[in-house]
Design a protein around this ligand. Structure first.
Ligand code: GLN
Length: 450
């Protein structure tokens, strides 16, 4: 813990941590030491973790990287972080992210962009660490957290993992409690780990997961021993390759990486099958209606009265307006506008209802494919990490999520595993998508690829 605390201080130029909690870390490390001596230590005893700022941590600033939550110190602990502390983990601090987890580059945090510790060959240009869990991916890649929590609504664990050469898994919707996780799009949000190896991710997910009566969408289903599932034996496993994930404009190095992944799994004894997910082309549009709709409703609570920042006004309405105008960033406002629009009486049927129907069709595509195969293999993202400030157009930013949002809409577990390097020496990831509650198979297949 002490050496991680020093490493965190030495790497402040990455801008990964919003809050450092060294004193708390040392106290927690002492408790872990005592538990180890007493023989009562949990599986994460003394492991120093970074926590995404979306998780409420008792008495420690938690503000979803948004100005509107300036000064907010939750009086309670999220269930997922409480589970990690129960098992002996140590908190190094709170990690930056895109504001309210909206983004794919970690450029919208109130504290400014987070840097990816990776550089392209022969270049000094700073790259994004992916988003929204960019503080988490950067910290894990830079060894300033042994592992980190992330959250994934449409790709925010998987894409940052791919951009930084780390492992990230978004479990099945309902596997990890959302209690105390600041809400973005409640029907999509899931917590999960970002770690340096599949084994670390497996151990950490085992601690994070589990039924919680405080989250009505938490599922009461036993959590397997994920680390024990990592046998590396995938003989006879059926791996599906969705043809719709290979558009004509897929960059050749991404296509090559994918083909390489297929070969590795074949060599390990898996059976490869082409599958079709015909509604894939609608997934991005569906996601960018459903997610903003839910966000516009969830973010209504930030009114200057109950949490965080208040900007005084001449009347109550004026106070609301000024608080929200100053407190929210541009992308968050865009989502609130889009979400309010698609939910409005005149447009609900044309957009929101249609998107909900498509969401069902997308889920049915997966269900049909999983009649024939055990797991799907795809790229995680359409490119390697890009430069800070390079993607200015919001729609171009949304295109980053093209391979990750379908599994989110269907509630399926999905993970990104580092699989190779781009032509410029940057990490690239492959995505595995599994059947509901079958994270164990994903992790096992991931262990063959990493
Ligand atoms: N990039 C997507 C978005 O901006 C996904 C974010 C996430 O998974 N939290 O909505």
């Amino acid at each position: 813990t002490s050496s991680y605390i020093e490493a965190v201080e030495a790497a402040r130029s990455l801008n990964a941590y919003l809050v450092e909690t060294p004193e708390q870390a040392l106290t927690m490390a002492d408790a872990a030491d005592a538990a180890l001596k007493a023989g009562t230590a949990g599986p994460l005893a003394g492991i120093p973790l970074g926590i995404k700022d979306l998780f409420c941590t008792k008495g420690v600033h938690s503000q979803a990287a948004s100005r509107i939550l300036d000064g907010f110190k939750p009086p309670y602990e999220s269930t997922v972080t409480a589970n990690l502390w129960r098992d002996g983990a140590v908190m190094l601090g709170k990690l930056s992210m895109d504001e309210f987890a909206m983004g794919s580059s970690n450029e919208t945090s109130y504290a400014g962009p987070v840097l990816n510790p990776w550089r392209a060959d022969g270049s000094d240009a700073n790259l994004v660490p992916g988003g929204s869990s960019g503080g988490s991916s950067s910290a894990v890649a830079a060894h300033i957290a042994a592992a980190a929590t992330g959250t994934d609504t449409g790709g925010s664990i998987r894409q940052p993992a791919a951009f930084t050469g780390t492992v990230g898994i978004k479990p099945t919707y309902g596997r990890c409690s959302r209690w105390g996780v600041i809400a973005f799009a409640s029907s999509l949000d899931q917590a999960g780990p970002i770690a340096r190896s599949v084994k670390d991710a497996a151990i950490m997910l085992g601690s994070m997961a589990g039924y919680d009566a405080k989250d009505s969408t938490s599922i009461n289903c036993p959590v397997p021993d994920y680390a024990a599932a990592l046998t590396g034996d995938i003989r006879g496993l059926k791996v599906g390759i969705p043809t719709e994930y290979r558009p004509d404009n897929l960059p050749s190095e991404i296509a090559k990486l994918w083909d390489q992944g297929v070969e590795w799994l074949k060599d390990a004894g898996a059976e490869i099958k082409d599958v079709s997910l015909p509604h894939t082309k609608h997934a991005l549009a569906t996601y960018y209606i459903v997610a903003p709709a839910e966000a516009s409703s969830n973010l209504a609570r930030y009114d200057g009265v109950r949490y965080g920042r208040r900007v005084n006004g001449s009347s109550l309405d004026d106070m609301y307006a000024k608080t929200r105008a100053e407190g929210f960033g541009k992308e968050v406002k865009r989502r609130i506008l889009v979400g309010t629009y698609v939910l409005s009486a005149g447009y609900y049927d044309a957009y929101y209802l249609k998107a909900q129907k498509l969401r069902t069709l997308i889920a049915r595509d997966f269900a049909a494919a999983f009649n024939d195969v055990d797991v799907l293999l795809t790229p995680t993202a359409p490119s390697a990490a890009f430069g800070i400030g390079e993607t200015k157009d919001p729609i171009a930013m949304y295109l980053n999520d093209v391979f990750t949002v379908p599994a989110s809409l269907a509630g399926l577990p999905a993970m990104s595993v580092p699989a190779g390097l781009s032509s410029t020496g940057l990490p690239l990831g492959l995505q595995l998508i599994g059947k509901v509650f079958d994270e164990a198979t994903l992790l096992n297949v991931g262990s063959v690829i990493e």
